[in-house]
Design a protein around this ligand. Structure first.
Ligand code: 2AM
Length: 412
C-alpha cells in the first residue's frame, strides 16, 4: 500500500514498475539503508524538520539505496514532496539530454511554490553542475539543503550494484560513474542554519536593537565619529548597514568548496557525519555593533562545541597571537548586517575584538530594557542580554556557488 502511494508521486507507470523492482531488491535491507540519519531517528530533529523548509538532495550510485531512503523520508514526513526522474541514470555527464530534468524541475518548482516543508530530489546527482543548480534553487527559495548519500555497505561496490540496480548497468559503466562521484561534496561552509521563523525573530531583534541605538544620543555621538558617512542626510544606522545575509546562519567551518586547508578532515570527520542534518537550538547571548558589522553572539553548549573546529584561523582574535584568554568557540556568531564593502567574515573578527576588551572598563555603560549595553571605544558596542534568545537550526552545509569581489577583513 505504501509502495503504491509512493510510486504515484510522479504519476508514471514506468516509475511504479521501477520502484517495485527496487523494493524487491532493497526491501530486506530497509533497516540498514535508513539507520543513523538524524532526520529519520532523532525525535528533536524530526519535529524541527517538520517546521523547517528543507531540500533533501539524495546522491549516490544506482542501486546504492537512494530510493529506499526516499521512501523512508516519505513515511516520516507524509506531507513531503518527492521528485525523481524515471530516465535511466546518467553514465556520461557530456551526454545529458536537455530534457532530462524537465519533469523533476517542474516538481521542484511546484514544491517551492506550495512552500512544502520537505522536498526530496531523488537522482544520482553525480554531476557537480546539476548539484549546484539545485543548491542555487534552494538558496533562491530560502530552503536549507541536505545532501544525503545512502550509508549502505554496498554503496560503492560496483559488482554488487550491477546486480542490484534496476537499470541493467555493467560493472564498467558503474565504475566510470563512480569516478565522477566524489564521496564528499565539500560546501562553501558548514554551519547551523536558522529556520525561517527563528531567522525572522532574529531579524526583528536586530532591527529593534538598531532602532534603540538610533535614539541614543550617547551612542550616536561616539559611533558617528568612527564611521564614514558621505551622504548629506543625517546619519542613519539602517541605511549604513544595508548588506544583509539572505540566510541566517552560524558558521562552524569555512571550507571554500575544499580550498581551505584542513576542511576535508572536518567534512569527513565522524562528528560531522553523525550530526549532519541534526537540529540544534542555539543560545544568542548578546547583540553587537561595530563600524563594520552587526552580529549576534552565540554561546555554544558542550555538544555544539564538538562541531566547532579546532585551531580555526581568527580564534586568536585576528592578530595572529595565541589568545589564551578567550574560551574555545568564542567566535560563534550570526552575522546580521554589514556596512558596504565589508564581508560577512568580519563579524566574527569584530566579536573576538570586543570579547578581548570585555575585561577592561567600558567607555560607556547603559542599562537598557534587554540588558547592559557597553561601549569599548572605536564604535564597538555590545548589548549583553539578560534573557538569551533561543534560535532553532539545522546543521548542514551551504553549497551555492557565486563569484564576488574580495575585500580585506580587519583584525583588532
Ligand atoms: P559568518 O557570517 O559566520 O562570519 C560566507 O561567506 C560565509 O562564510 C560568511 O557568512 C562567513 O560567515 C563565512 N566566512 C567567509 N570567509 C570566512 C573565513 N575566512 N573564515 C571563517 N568564516 C568565513
Amino acid at each position: 500500500m505504501t509502495l503504491l502511494q509512493f510510486s504515484c508521486y510522479d504519476g508514471s507507470t514506468d516509475a511504479a514498475v521501477c520502484l517495485i523492482r527496487n523494493v524487491t531488491t532493497m526491501g530486506t535491507k530497509h533497516s540498514k539503508v535508513t539507520s543513523n540519519f538524524p532526520f529519520l531517528n532523532d525525535n528533536g530533529t524530526i519535529k524541527t524538520i517538520k517546521e523547517a523548509h528543507t531540500l533533501f538532495i539524495l546522491r549516490g550510485l544506482p542501486g546504492s539505496g537512494k530510493s529506499a531512503l526516499s521512501r523512508a523520508i516519505k513515511e516520516k514526513y507524509p506531507q513531503s514532496l518527492a521528485c525523481a526522474s524515471n530516465s535511466p541514470p546518467v553514465v556520461d555527464e557530456a551526454e545529458i539530454d536537455g530534457d532530462r530534468y524537465v519533469q523533476v524541475d517542474e516538481g521542484l518548482e511546484r514544491g517551492f511554490k506550495e512552500v512544502k516543508n520537505v522536498i526530496v530530489v531523488d537522482d544520482n546527482h553525480l554531476a557537480a553542475k546539476r548539484l549546484y543548480h539545485l543548491t542555487s534553487l534552494a538558496r533562491d527559495n530560502d530552503y536549507i539543503v541536505l545532501i544525503v548519500s545512502p550509508k549502505t555497505k554496498w554503496r560503492n561496490d560496483c559488482e554488487k550494484l550491477a546486480i542490484q540496480s534496476q537499470w541493467n548497468l555493467t560493472v564498467e559503466q558503474l565504475n566510470s560513474m563512480k569516478q565522477s562521484y566524489q564521496e564528499y561534496i565539500i560546501p562553501y561552509f558548514f554551519g547551523w542554519f536558522l529556520l525561517r521563523r527563528s531567522a525572522q525573530e532574529m531579524r526583528k531583534n536586530a532591527e529593534d536593537f538598531l532602532n534603540q541605538l538610533s535614539n541614543m544620543e550617547v551612542f550616536l555621538k561616539e559611533f558617528v565619529s568612527c564611521v564614514e558617512w558621505h551622504s548629506e542626510e543625517k546619519f542613519n544606522l539602517h541605511e549604513y548597514f544595508q548588506k544583509k545575509p539572505r540566510m541566517l546562519h552560524c558558521t562552524t567551518k569555512f571550507c571554500n568548496y575544499g580550498a581551505i586547508p584542513g576542511c576535508e578532515a572536518y567534512a569527513e570527520s565522524k562528528v560531522v557525519e553523525d550530526n549532519y542534518s541534526k537540529a540544534f537550538t542555539l543560545q544568542v547571548v548578546a547583540l553587537f555593533v561595530t563600524p563594520r558589522t552587526v552580529g549576534a553572539r552565540v554561546l555554544l553548549n558542550k555538544n555544539q562545541k564538538l562541531l566547532w573546529p579546532k585551531g580555526q584561523e581568527g580564534d586568536d582574535g585576528g592578530d595572529g597571537k595565541e589568545a589564551a584568554e578567550l574560551a574555545f568557540g568564542s567566535r560563534a556568531h550570526i552575522t546580521l548586517a554589514c556596512a558596504p564593502r565589508v564581508k560577512a567574515v568580519q563579524t566574527g573578527l569584530d566579536l573576538l575584538c570586543i570579547l578581548k576588551l570585555e575585561g577592561k572598563q567600558p567607555t560607556h555603560q547603559v542599562e537598557v530594557e534587554k540588558g547592559r549595553l557597553c561601549c569599548y571605544g572605536d564604535g564597538q558596542w555590545i548589548l549583553n542580554l539578560t534573557k538569551p534568545i533561543e534560535v532553532k537550526t539545522l546543521f548542514s552545509g551551504f553549497y551555492h556557488k557565486k563569484t564576488e569581489p574580495v575585500t580585506e577583513s580587519v583584525g583588532c
